[in-house]
Design a protein around this ligand. Structure first.
Ligand SMILES: CC(C)(COP(=O)(O)OP(=O)(O)OC[C@H]1O[C@@H](n2cnc3c(N)ncnc32)[C@H](O)[C@@H]1OP(=O)(O)O)[C@@H](O)C(=O)NCCC(=O)NCCS
Length: 177
């Protein structure tokens, strides 16, 4: 089981709380933030409440999820989902637009992957996937040391069209914490 909270100094990772709904609504309803994300449109306060309730209901053994907290304010989130009896994982991340470009997504994802490799000796591979046009997300994967493994053409149904997705991955043997 990965820890419920992780302290990174300038931010911490902790579970989403019901009180985060307003701030989640405010950053997640931003058109640039949700541009490549499969989240409901229009994004309302009820969508944010629903998101938080769903995060709380996730099985932490299989799909732990954290809010990225700066001074008590949720500014994004990270999650990791395990497959194949914890031998494979997929990482996901999002940061409020006003905090972009501060290295937060890379640092948060790096922390979670480090903890996962430390705590789960069977974990062999971590992957990440993104819309092929999502350059910021792909850059985060590169900064994590992930290798581009493939382009899945017209693979995902996204707001009425089929879009290309990239897959990046890193193996335990390649991970440098
Ligand atoms: C993707 C996302 C999480 C990145 O968060 P972040 O905290 O800004 O990420 P970081 O600061 O750690 O790294 C971002 C990198 O992308 C680069 N980048 C950002 N926009 C870019 C652009 N348009 N073109 C090229 N590079 C870009 C940044 O310069 C930085 O790289 P650098 O450190 O080498 O300069 C954030 O943009 C986001 O939340 N987007 C909306 C949600 C989303 O798409 N999540 C990913 C789903 S797969």
């Amino acid at each position: 089981m990965l820890p419920e909270t992780i302290d990174a100094g300038r931010f911490s990772l902790r579970p989403f709380r019901a009180e985060d709904a307003e701030v989640v609504y405010s950053y997640a309803s931003d058109a640039e933030f949700l541009h490549y994300l499969p989240i409901p449109l229009p994004y309302t306060l009820a969508s944010a409440r629903d998101f938080i309730a769903k995060q709380g209901a996730l099985d932490r053994l299989v799909n732990p999820s954290w809010a990225l907290d700066i001074n008590g304010v949720a500014c994004g989130g990270v999650n990791i989902r395990f497959f194949a009896t914890h031998r494979v994982a997929e990482i996901g991340y999002a940061v409020a637009r006003r905090r972009w470009g501060q290295g937060l997504a890379s640092e948060a994802a790096r922390l979670v992957i480090s903890v996962a490799f430390e705590r789960l000796p069977e974990l062999t591979r971590v992957r990440a996937m993104a819309d092929a046009r999502n350059v910021a997300s792909i850059r985060v994967m590169e900064k994590l040391g992930m290798r581009r493994e493939g382009l899945l053409r017209s693979d995902r149904e996204f707001r009425g069209e089929l879009t290309d997705e990239v897959v990046h991955g890193i193996l335990r043997s390649e991970w440098h914490p």
